[in-house]
Design a binder for this molecule. Structure first.
Ligand SMILES: [Zn+2]
Length: 60
């Protein structure tokens, strides 16, 4: 188990332009998938890259 004070992050790339972003992970072993559209299920986070593209990160 990781130190609870430490927030795990994962580097993801914007599907539109490839810009890297660092997103928080709810736990260190969660797999992350990036999508360009929103789905009605699953836990997800909205990400906006520095070029104003919006995409969604899903935790599997
Ligand atoms: Zn982008």
């Amino acid at each position: 188990m990781m130190n609870m004070n430490e927030v795990a992050t994962k580097a993801v790339a914007c599907p539109h332009c490839g810009e890297n972003a660092s997103v928080p992970l709810p736990d260190g072993e969660t797999e992350v998938k990036v999508r360009q559209s929103i789905a009605a299920f699953g836990e997800h986070t909205t990400i906006t890259c520095s070029r104003d593209h919006t995409y969604w990160e899903y935790f599997c």
